[in-house]
Design a protein around this ligand. Sequence first.
Ligand code: PAF
Length: 284
Amino acid sequence: MVLFKKVEELKAYLAAQRAKGMQIGYAPTMGALHRGHASLIKKSKAENGLSVCSIFVNPTQFNDPADLEKYPRTEAPDMALLESLKNDVLFYPSVAEIYPDNLTIPTFDFGQIDKVMEGFHRPGHFDGVVQVVYRLIDIVQPDRLYMGQKDFQQFTLIYHMLKQMGSSTELVVCPIIREEDGLALSSRNVRLTPENRANATIISKTLSSLNEWLSSHSVQQVKEKALAQLGSLPDFKPEYLDIVDGYTLQPINDVEESPYVVACAAVWAGNIRLIDNIILKKLD
Ligand code: PAF
């Protein structure tokens, strides 16, 4: 694996590879890599001649400074995992490399898509995500960009950003990877107390009950039932559980309203915020 810390050096290397006809797959990450990230890198490696991964804990997307400070940084195991996956290029830039003084980022119009759920509860978060992904894509110029379904709203915004940019980069969304007991993998899981880690299965359990509940209850009733269940354990507090159209991310009142229905949830387990989602229906 080749390691780059400087934007210009990475760009020169990738330009040379591209000139040889190499297709570039790219998985942006914030490190603390787990099997979820590994699934992105494996797919990127399988579908492209060259697989690029970046590790950059982006300060501008943390609306909570304590979360940024406590975000796990695990450089040695991250590098070992990337080596074991035979990832080709690691970009590991400093904040100054990503955000030089003269940097300008275009503004994008996401309509209502960034106003709900994470956008509503984490003000400024998506401005930071869009800013950094724009900058990283501009540097890497990948043929394919690999992101996880776990951040449903994030990949939806990036899809729209690429469209508005007129970009030729294809967004490839990879399924959520879960622990054996159902908990969606997240870099934040390691910060759960043992008791909260054990109880965190309530999130995936609740999400996987929704379709059954919807067969005999209204969307509103199901949301209330789910929120009550998510809040039933000590130390667990749901922030939202929304049942939305998978394209517009706007809440729906009836599953028949949309061909693509997704439930997204954010739950506090102590002082750790976990998100998860499930596709309830997707018609072609
Ligand atoms: O999903 C993440 O890890 C981050 O939001 C991303 C896409 C790497 C941007 O910092």
